[in-house]
Design a protein around this ligand. Structure first.
Ligand code: HQG
Length: 182
């Protein structure tokens, strides 16, 4: 049976970002898990996936668009997006001068008060370019609000930034002082 790769990608996100325990998986402190164990868990998850193979996961990873998963030396992890309680350790890095965050008008009002918070995830998610931030915001609103983050200034003031993937950065809470609406 043909495997729906988008559905597979969504389920991989549940297993690798949100609910590993419900797939019988334990992530290490950087989010890695054996890809063979993930394949076994996914085979049991859906009857249409009984023949699932690691090549299907590789096809998900080769889909155009966001790079969500990293597969290396027999292990796989999500680059970003985690919501499980166990905090995933990410590599810290010096950010570029400016990063972007796309949000909704309602969230923006809150953000002006309390800054950018991780909310349901472990880290604040930032984009390298404005266009990506716009797409992130459009998931939730037809009236995107784009914030420019003075990332290097924030970093120099002691706020940690972490590598996500090539275009997504992760950070701890960012106070309003470093945010400008564009
Ligand atoms: C907002 C997707 C109220 C924040 C995307 C956002 C991204 C506040 C929402 C990745 C707030 C959290 C992450 C505050 C922030 N008060 N609201 N103080 N601070 N917010 O989904 O950045 O498709 O957890 O603006 O492309 O939207 O899943 O974060 O609107 O890269 O791979 O709270 O998820 O990638 O929402 O998206 P999210 P996000 P995937």
């Amino acid at each position: 049976m043909e495997i729906d790769l988008r559905q597979l990608s969504r389920t991989m996100a549940y297993a690798l970002r949100h609910q590993p325990a419900s797939f019988g998986l334990i992530l290490d402190d950087e989010g890695w898990v054996s890809v063979d164990l993930l394949v076994s868990a996914l085979r049991q998850h859906r009857s249409a996936w009984q023949q699932l193979h690691v090549s299907d996961i590789e096809q998900v990873m080769a889909l155009p668009g966001k790079k969500r998963y990293e597969l290396r030396a027999g292990r796989i992890r999500a680059y970003y997006g985690h919501s499980i309680q166990q905090r995933m350790r990410r590599e810290t890095a010096v950010p570029p001068a400016r990063l972007f965050h796309g949000t909704t008008p309602a969230a923006y009002k809150q953000i002006c008060q309390s800054g950018l918070l991780p909310m349901g995830r472990q880290y604040v998610h930032l984009s390298e370019d404005r266009e990506t931030a716009l797409q992130v915001a459009r998931r939730r609103t037809s009236q995107p609000v784009i914030l420019v983050v003075a990332a290097l200034d924030a970093h120099q003031a002691g706020i940690q930034f972490y590598l996500g993937n090539d275009s997504v950065w992760l950070a701890d809470t960012i106070p309003p002082l470093y945010l400008t609406r564009q």
